[in-house]
Every structure is written in structure tokens, then in C-alpha cells.
Design a protein around this ligand. Structure first.
Ligand code: SF4
Length: 230
């Protein structure tokens, strides 16, 4: 499998673990605020390594790293993902999967096979503004609802998170998200940060005070909700 990026050490991406992060290309969303534009729209950068090189790297890091984060793009689009995760598991690492929630059945299968220990799902916005925020006009939200319901069932350890962008999110967004994710185990609001690699220019973060207001709104339904830096 082509691997488009490897961050060899992260203390932030996998809660409670010393980990590395593996980036896979391809995504079925076009979030205007996406930081990984070249992994979404292509042309993809040349692969940094293949799965065999990744496994060789991990063999050398046994005892130094606890976990591996697999992100994208959307990793669940890759048909050979289960095989890669199984090989990483065999080496004794915990696995965290980042997903946009578009493939609930693939997610469920990985969990049932014991190939994922922690899932971080992006919740882009309230249902009313989801398609616009994901950059996919007419998006069918059914798989997103299914993924949210599955994670809320506590089948696997998880978090939800929303990247908050002034052009897409307001108080109504967070009232609706709070109702939708009520009682979630973990929910993080992270402020949009502009970068050269963002898919669409001209987007802005909200100020700190407004982020606190949004947090207070969701905390009435999700007491565990927190702000997270990026
Ligand atoms: S933010 Fe995530 S879901 Fe959205 S386009 Fe980028 S990789 Fe895909």
C-alpha cells in the first residue's frame, strides 16, 4: 500500500499514547477547510513509503511507541486497510483510526475484528449545514448518522470532534450538534487554523470568547465536551 506521509512521533494525536501518524491518500469529502488538500484532490504527492517500509519502521520502534494513528484523507476508502492494520496489530501497537464517518459498515467490521482501539470521527456540522461544510452538495447523511449511532453505542473507545470555522459554524450549529451527540463520551471543538495547504482560501477561525460560548452551548447536552488546541 502507498503511504503518503509518516509523522514519526506525536504526543498529541493519540490520547494517552506515544504514537506515530500514518497518512493515506484519497477522500470522499471536500471540506473547504481541509489541511490535507493534496491528499484529497490529488495529484497525490509521491508515496513516502510503502507498507513494508512502514512495518520495518515499526519493528524498530517497538517499546518506544505505544500506538499508531491512521489518518487521511479517509482511510476507510482503502480496500487493503484491514490487512495493514492486522500487520500493525501483530507487532503489538494500539491503533487509532481517524474517519469522516462515511463508511459505517467498514468501521464496524474493523472494530469487530479487533483491528481498531480508538476512533476519532469528524462531525463536520449540524445536519442542516453538513453537506455545505463537507463540500459535497446533496450529501446523503445516512452513513454519517449510522457511524455516530455506532460510536455512541460504546462498541469501541472514541471521540467526536469538530473543526470550527467562522464561515460555517454559529450558535445554532452547536445547539443542534449537542442534541445529536448528547451524552457522547468525548467531544472536542478545535478552532480552524489557516494554512497554505487549505482547500479553499478566505476562511477564518472564531475568536476565543465565541469558542467558549459554543462550548457552553454543547456542554448542556455533552458535559464531557472540551476545547482542543491544534
Ligand atoms: S478534512 Fe478530512 S474529511 Fe474533510 S476533505 Fe480533508 S481529509 Fe477529507
Amino acid at each position: 500500500m502507498d503511504i503518503h506521509g509518516l509523522q514519526k512521533l506525536t504526543l498529541l494525536d493519540y490520547p494517552g499514547k506515544v504514537a506515530c501518524t500514518v497518512f493515506l491518500g484519497g477522500c470522499d469529502f471536500r471540506c473547504p477547510f481541509c489541511h490535507n488538500g493534496e491528499l484529497v484532490e490529488g495529484p497525490f504527492p509521491p508515496p513516502e513509503l510503502d507498507d513494508q517500509a512502514l512495518l520495518a519502521f515499526l519493528r524498530k520502534r517497538r517499546g518506544l511507541l505505544d500506538g499508531v494513528c491512521v489518518t487521511g484523507g479517509e482511510p476507510l476508502l482503502r480496500p487493503d486497510l484491514p490487512e495493514l492494520l492486522a500487520q500493525i496489530k501483530e507487532l503489538g501497537f494500539s491503533l487509532k483510526l481517524d474517519t469522516n464517518g462515511t463508511h459505517p459498515e467498514r468501521l464496524r467490521r474493523l472494530v469487530e475484528q479487533g483491528l481498531v482501539d480508538y476512533v476519532a470521527m469528524d462531525v463536520k456540522n449540524s445536519p442542516a449545514r453538513y453537506a455545505e461544510t463537507a463540500g459535497v452538495p446533496g450529501l446523503d447523511l445516512t452513513p454519517i448518522w449510522d457511524s455516530v449511532s455506532y460510536l455512541l453505542s460504546d462498541a469501541v473507545d472514541y471521540e467526536f470532534r469538530t473543526t470550527v470555522v467562522r464561515e460555517f459554524h454559529d450558535g445554532e450549529s452547536f445547539r443542534a450538534i449537542g442534541e445529536w451527540l448528547a451524552g457522547a463520551k468525548r467531544y472536542f471543538l478545535q478552532s480552524f487554523v489557516d494554512r497554505d495547504t487549505v482547500l479553499r482560501s478566505g476562511l477564518h477561525p472564531w475568536d476565543e470568547r465565541t469558542m467558549e460560548d459554543f462550548l457552553a452551548l454543547v456542554q448542556s447536552d455533552i458535559p464531557s465536551a472540551r476545547l482542543r488546541g491544534q
